[in-house]
Ligand binder design. Structure first.
Ligand SMILES: Cc1ncc(COP(=O)(O)O)c(C=O)c1O
Length: 447
């Protein structure tokens, strides 16, 4: 197939091995996005498409925000790159201090990376190294959770709990998993589900099985995103924190989706009143404009590395990325935080949340919908499966939405929505109507 507009030849189409994409399907009928503005993409046919996932949970402030675009362009003309190791530039320090000021008390040391996956693997390495520095080098095992998504690097897939993302890749690193928190009793819960806090007690079983002396850290997404938006049962995260304290296990919150606005707060940790020892962030920190991630550590962890670092010219943590604290990413992040703070965006998210919740739950009447979950401006629908093909209905629904001019994500047996922070009620109505129609088209013949 050759595209007339834009000109993409079949050779070009073949050359790009696309990530997390069914390449054969895509290349039969490519969906090419040419430009974006605000809440809309423009595709290669000139159609306007509403961005119902804010990119990949990245662009909550809308696309091509003029203040962020200007900051990026100015930075590219002032300092495009400076070496990330052994030298610094002013904006990374400004940004680190700014991020720390928005975090719960004590979480105030920021290690920059280039993505969510890098943040996760950095946090896991910091956790293991921390115990070694404290003279407890046997504490290496990492505990994740079924249905957890922590990116695609080896640490992340080892603690991750989505089978399809692990199965092809052989041995990971030493890990174990808690049960997920999806319960029959909680179907169609609005916001946090009531049942299931006791599932956190499974961590005590892991301690009995492996020994606290051998466990470095537990990592969870406060609200699981990629598995289809799974908010934590009321009290679950607090219980995890208690057990971690009791057994000297570090608690890591992976806030790559939940950080910086989507929950109506700068962190889910703040919202839930549970402070982890390490937090990973990415995505929304630059509004998706430039790749960037970070690990935010408790000061005690940072101080441990400094206090045990040996001679002053030696590295305390032999770890980092060429693009850690990239100047253009720092400029984008500072502009993103300016927009959020100057324009009162968190309050807008909190105001929109109940409206979003009630409209999303109106889809319950569709036969094909098996469950609906929501928190902040994130929602997931589980769909009944076509016999033997659990992934088929979500794929069909998402494609039908695309044809109608709305982008939603399909993953596993779910449809996911993460609307822009300032979506209007009219935009929301149009998206829910289109999704309702797409769901109804499936439910006519297949459950
Ligand atoms: C919770 C969580 N952690 C890590 C990642 C990986 O981030 P990236 O794709 O930037 O490597 C994601 C991406 O969706 C995520 O949702």
């Amino acid at each position: 197939m050759d595209f007339q507009h834009p000109p993409i030849s079949s050779e070009q189409l073949a050359a790009h091995w696309m990530p997390f994409t069914a390449n054969r399907e895509f290349k039969q009928s490519p969906r090419i996005i040419e430009s974006a503005e605000g809440h809309y993409y423009t595709d290669h046919q000139g159609r306007q498409i509403f961005d119902g996932l804010s990119g990949l949970w990245t662009c909550g402030l809308g696309h091509c925000h003029p203040k962020i675009a200007q900051a990026v362009s100015e930075q590219a003309r002032t300092l495009d790159y400076s070496p990330a190791f052994q030298f610094g530039h002013p904006k990374s320090f400004e940004l680190a201090e700014r991020i720390a000021s928005l975090m719960p008390e004590g979480l105030n040391r920021v290690f920059f990376t280039g993505s969510g996956s890098e943040s996760v693997d950095s946090a896991l390495k910091i956790a293991r190294a921390y115990w070694k520095k404290r003279g407890k080098g046997s504490k290496t095992k990492l505990i994740g959770r079924a249905k957890g998504y922590h990116g695609v690097n080896f640490g992340g897939i080892s603690v991750g709990g989505i089978g399809a993302n692990r199965a092809l890749y052989g041995e990971g690193i030493a890990s174990d998993h808690l049960a997920h928190t999806l319960l029959e009793d909680n179907l169609f819960s609005r916001g946090l589900p009531e049942q299931g806090a006791e599932l956190a007690n499974e961590l005590e079983q892991k301690v009995l099985l492996h020994g606290a002396d051998n466990i470095a850290a537990v990592i969870v997404e406060p609200v699981a995103g990629s598995a289809g938006v799974i908010p934590p049962p009321v009290g679950y995260l607090k219980r995890l924190r208690e057990i971690c304290n009791q057994h000297e296990i570090l608690l890591i919150f992976d806030e790559v989706i939940t950080g910086f606005g989507r929950m109506g707060s700068y962190s889910a940790a703040e919202l839930f009143g549970v402070t982890p020892d390490l937090m990973t962030i990415a995505k929304q920190i630059t509004n998706g404009v430039v790749p960037m991630g970070a690990v935010i550590a408790k000061q005690e962890i940072y101080d441990t590395f400094m206090d045990t670092g040996g001679a002053h010219y030696l590295l305390e943590l032999p770890h980092g990325y060429t693009y850690s604290a990239h100047p253009i990413a720092c400029a984008a992040a500072l502009a993103t935080l300016d927009v959020m703070q100057d324009e009162g965006v968190l309050a807008q998210v909190r105001d929109l949340t109940p409206v979003f919740e009630s409209k999303v739950h109106s889809l319950r009447s569709c036969d094909v919908v098996a469950d609906i979950r929501n928190f902040g401006l994130a929602a997931g629908l589980t769909l009944h499966s076509v016999e033997g093909q659990p992934l088929l209905n979500p794929y069909r629904v998402a494609m039908a939405c695309w044809d109608k001019g709305f982008y939603v994500r399909y993953g596993g047996d779910t449809i996911q929505m993460g609307i822009p922070f300032r979506t209007t009620e009219n935009e929301l109505d149009l998206m829910i109507n289109a999704l309702g129609e797409a769901l109804a088209e499936q439910s006519k013949d297949e459950k």
